[in-house]
Design a binder for this molecule. Sequence first.
Ligand code: PGA
Ligand code: ZN
Length: 420
Amino acid sequence: MPYQIENVQAVETLDSRAKPTLQVAVTLAGGLRATAGVPSGASTGSREAVELRDGDPDRYSGQGVLKAVSNCNTEIRDLLSGRAFDSLAALDQALIDLDGTPNKARLGANAILGTSMAFARAAAIADGKELWQWLPTIEGQAYRLPVPCFNVLNGGVHAPNPLEFQEFMISPLGAPSMPEAVRAGAEVYSALKKILASRGYSTGLGDEGGFAPDLATPQQVCDLLVEAITTAGYSHGRSGIMIALDPASSEFHKDGRYLIGESQLSSEQMIALLDELVERYPIWSIEDGAAEDDLADWQTLTRELGDKVQLVGDDNFCTNPAIISEAIDNGVANAALIKVNQIGTVTEAIDAIRLCHTNGYAQMVSHRSGETPDPFIADFVVAMGSGQIKTGAPARGERIAKYNRLLEITASASLPYGLA
Ligand code: PGA
Ligand code: ZN
């Protein structure tokens, strides 16, 4: 049944960092209306689709999104109102054609993505389905509840501490179910808070809800995580809880060196550091272990660590099927991070996942450091069957909205939990 659009209406709202973003509402003929909130990153890849911002220094230091809002409320509305679409793919293609640029620079990926997400949600309601049941699926990847990767300790550009590595996550790979995984994440998070407080460290939070103490080295953090896992009564390893890292290394890569503390690591030294961490700690996944523009580093990293650990491309892949395809040919990484706003339509993010699946690359669906309470990606990851999600600490409303939605889906359907 085609879905006839009556109206598109965007407003400028705030994200979790007090930065403007869009909430977009799509109304279908008959009056059914659904909204979506657009996320926004801080450690962005250079080839991400363009997040359109006003640049007016008198409003939000140039970060306002009134132009993107206006694009929704004029051009996009004019194109869509009164038109019927058979599918999300057809709607997204119409938006891509209207924009006319390769990176959504004219209308803004934020305006386009909000419309794409809100349309999917409205169409699902119109069909009387849950969003995850309505979204397209990936052949060969059945519905699945994902292993959550809780970012319990924040550094890099997400926290004001001296840590260069951006994200230290715990993944309950061995949990028997989604509720037990969420419980494990929350209990380890609480144990970690007590340990930090007892040693005189700050328990203030970074952008993604993880703690942001004045720790300096990844080894110190990993030691604490292992201790927190044990203190909370869990084992570490594949049958218990493991650690996932996102160093986001492009952020501290300058002139061919990785700047960590007082050290200026060469490519070989950086890879040796990651190897040492993998050998010493229960680490199963490393994202952006090499800088986005250094193909040779990525290839060496993949050759040397790719058999031991999941290597996830984020800043270098930008959820872009064309870029990922080239990277696969070049032997880069063995998994991709999937952020819907990096590419700007839900359909293209699905294309990226399909490409990964076909080529044996794992997929980790991800939030952004700037988020809204919209739990869209919870439904999305279940529909895709990717089996992995990272959406911050088990704290702060915009992060737990996603975990809570996964718990709600768990209660409503009998689906397997775990990695794909
Ligand atoms: P971002 O961080 O949303 O600030 O880009 C998340 C990540 O690097 O994975
Ligand atoms: Zn990342």
